[in-house]
Design a binder for this molecule. Structure first.
Ligand code: FES
Ligand code: FES
Length: 160
C-alpha cells in the first residue's frame, strides 16, 4: 500500500526578535526546527519527552518545552532561545553569576536552566532558595547537585 504523503507547510516563526520563514513537516518539533533549520543549537534536546527541561525556551515570556511543541503551532508567538538571552559581546548578569558560582559542569542542562531562571527573574519578585528550587524543579542536572545553580540565581537577583 502506498504511504500517505505528508505535506510540508510554510510558517513564519518569530525567534529572538527576528522572523524566519521555514518549510517544515507538521510532525517536526520546535526544538528540532530551532536546531536544524535555524541553526540555534543552544537549545539542547535530552529526553524528547518533556522530562529533562534541556530544551526549554520562552514562548510569549513563559518557559516551555520545545520538544513537546510542533513548530507549525508557533506562528504568532514570540520565541526566545538561549541565544536571544545572550548579549552579542560577553555574558548576561545571570550567565556571569553561573560562571562565578561554578553552576555548570558538562553544560548540557545549562541553556534550559538559564531560560527557566530568566523567566523567574523577570517576574521581579524577591526570591528565596525555596522558590528558586521550585522554579527549577523541572530542569534536571546530572552533574552539579543544584546548590551552585540555586546560588547563582539568587546572586543574579536585581541584575538578571
Ligand atoms: S528534551 Fe525536552 S524536556 Fe527533555
Ligand atoms: S551541568 Fe551537566 S547536566 Fe547539568
Amino acid at each position: 500500500m502506498a504511504e500517505a504523503s505528508i505535506q510540508p507547510l510554510t510558517v513564519t516563526l518569530k525567534v529572538n526578535g527576528r522572523d524566519y520563514t521555514v518549510t517544515v513537516e507538521p510532525r517536526w518539533t520546535l526544538a528540532d526546527v530551532l536546531r536544524h533549520q535555524l541553526g540555534l543549537t543552544g537549545t539542547h534536546v535530552g529526553c524528547e519527552q518533556g522530562v529533562c527541561g534541556a530544551c526549554t525556551v520562552l514562548v510569549d515570556g513563559e518557559p516551555a518545552r520545545s520538544c513537546l511543541m510542533f513548530a507549525v503551532q508557533m506562528e504568532g508567538h514570540e520565541i526566545v532561545t538561549i541565544e536571544g538571552l545572550t548579549p552579542e559581546a560577553g555574558l548576561s548578569p545571570l550567565q556571569e553569576a553561573f560562571h562565578r558560582h561554578h553552576a555548570l559542569q558538562c553544560g548540557f542542562c545549562t541553556p534550559g536552566m538559564l531560560v527557566t531562571a530568566t523567566a523567574l527573574l523577570n517576574q521581579g519578585k524577591p526570591l528565596t532558595e525555596e522558590t528558586v528550587r521550585e522554579a527549577l524543579s523541572g530542569n534536571l542536572c546530572r552533574c552539579t547537585g543544584y546548590q551552585f545553580i540555586v546560588d547563582a540565581v539568587m546572586d543574579a537577583q536585581g541584575g538578571k
